[in-house]
Design a protein around this ligand. Sequence first.
Ligand code: ZN
Length: 258
Amino acid sequence: MFLVLGIDAATWTIVSPNLDKLPNFQRLSNMGKAKEVTLKEKPLSAPIWCGMFCGKTPEEHGHEAFVAGGDIVKRENINVDFIWDILDREGKKVRVMNVPFVIPPYSFNVGFKPIGFGLPTNEKEWWEELQTVTEKTKELMGENPDVLISVYSLLDRIQHFHWGEDCVLEWYERVDEKLGEIMDTGFLDNANNKLIVISDHGFCSFGDAKVQTLPEQTPEGTLKGDHHENALVITVDVDYEIERPQDVFYAIREAVGW
Ligand SMILES: [Zn+2]
């Protein structure tokens, strides 16, 4: 099984200095390769998640934002083959859930209802997303697909509202615990299994961000953080070097067969 766990907005800025409190990030970093991807494109979630799974740059896939010309962009409006479309046509067993290149996040061969329309905004919804994505991911792993892609979006929302506060690390600790639950299914015991844990961009304080992704004042409050161009990636037993988001497409393609 090739498992891709996406963690929207996860950053080494929080993880590296706190590895003693994040034992599963630590364990995976030790087992595999931990590195930083510095984005050449703007650190925007929609085009990056899109490029990660279709292998194309933003110029090539043309999907710039969740909304275009006043309309919510749908999967059908993006003229690309994603890795799951290709593998599914080839008869591979592919499961995809909660990938936020569109709103609500996209699922393929999986019935999944994104929490808060994919934009969880309060503690209750963050907990709910953490629990439901983890449970569904474990359930799908039990079906032993060739490829499983599953994404958590909560850290992006938490960091926009709480960057600089203690609760940010607490949520990383909760995510870390869930990573542990997923790994403790025996996934890492099978030498054929491959893992990528990856974020679409990092995070920084609102004033330090080169690109402002949201207005500072929102109906939910004043924003304290925004996207940074350094993303996190950890791979276990993946030969293909992940230097940019698009390489995830090629890493899966190489491992699961041309
Ligand atoms: Zn994002």
